[in-house]
Design a protein around this ligand. Sequence first.
Ligand SMILES: Nc1ncnc2c1ncn2[C@@H]1O[C@H](COP(=O)(O)OP(=O)(O)OP(=O)(O)O)[C@@H](O)[C@H]1O
Ligand SMILES: Cc1ncc(C[n+]2csc(CCOP(=O)(O)O)c2C)c(N)n1
Ligand SMILES: [Mg+2]
Ligand SMILES: [Mg+2]
Ligand SMILES: [Mg+2]
Length: 323
Amino acid sequence: MDEFDFIKRIQPKSYKQSNLIKGIGDDAAVFRQSYQDTVTAVDTLVENVHFSRKTMEPYHIGYRALAANISDMAAMGCKPAFYLISIVIPPSWAESELEEIYLGMTAIARQFQMDLIGGDTVSGKELVISVTIIGFVDRNKARYRSDAKEGDVVFVTGSLGDSAAGFYLLSNFDQRDRLTYQYLINRHRMPFPRVQFASGLHSLQRVCLNDVSDGIASEANEIAEASHVTMKIDYEQLPIDKSLLDFSREQQESWVLSGGEDFELIGTVSELEWQKLIEIAAKQNVPVTAIGRVTGHDHKGKVFLAKDGQTKLLRKSGYTHLK
Ligand SMILES: Nc1ncnc2c1ncn2[C@@H]1O[C@H](COP(=O)(O)OP(=O)(O)OP(=O)(O)O)[C@@H](O)[C@H]1O
Ligand SMILES: Cc1ncc(C[n+]2csc(CCOP(=O)(O)O)c2C)c(N)n1
Ligand SMILES: [Mg+2]
Ligand SMILES: [Mg+2]
Ligand SMILES: [Mg+2]
């Protein structure tokens, strides 16, 4: 199969988004936009950095590549619509495995009514999938990291550390022992971005949002820095799934604070609108937990963690690519 056969095989037969004018098949895609703001981002998945043949089946690689990007759309409070895939394919990958990657990607795309509208195909040494994503949001309703204000409640969706625990199990446990922890493994391989929840918050005046890709120690600091505020987080309030309790306290702490890849949302909202947020979350069956407060102003932005009776500076201890 050459590059052109490959493109023919991955080309969608029909499109879901009505504003698409030209999808795959020309030098670029075209869509028409008039009343909403357009939101776009790109994130890359690299073999042996974000996944290995041991931790992911080809289906999960495709799913996870798109999920990470959809999560950034959720973090902007917007609805994803289009994606473009740039893929580097090593010769060792079989056609059937590439097909599985696209099946995984199409499966999550379908859940969000998204269309594949372009990309690029090249050969190389390791599998790399770079996803460019495009979404839309009502004018001036995009949610920013820079919108936290003193007095706000700090919250997270879902539970933290599951993906890192799943990664640990996939790396260290054999097939049989993994069965007990299928939930954690799924959370690593097939995270579900919180798009509906974030766009359900449109009626709120102000919400500050960020998604958890590197670990909340990182993302809380990103909010504090962008908003020029100090934030205090209470370790005991952090939502932990019960299956994490089987592991040591050190493991739990490191996964919860800096494991990353949970693709949950961390955010802040005024105390006045907190109740409304809880009601919206309850209607959607999305668990939301208050984990702290925005306590004051600081140009540099700092996060403090209260734990075991002590309050200490929480540094960006999450995953970093360049050290
Ligand atoms: N190489 C780059 N060139 C230009 N802009 C970049 C580059 N890398 C990151 N950025 C920009 O920096 C900002 C933060 O990017 P970052 O990747 O940290 O966020 P994220 O995608 O939410 O996190 P993660 O990559 O951990 O999922 C974004 O505006 C992003 O577009
Ligand atoms: C094989 C393998 N090794 C390590 C990890 C852990 N890991 C990789 S990237 C990342 C943060 C998010 O990345 P980004 O900032 O690019 O979104 C984490 C926690 C993994 N998943 N698979
Ligand atoms: Mg990124
Ligand atoms: Mg990202
Ligand atoms: Mg993000």
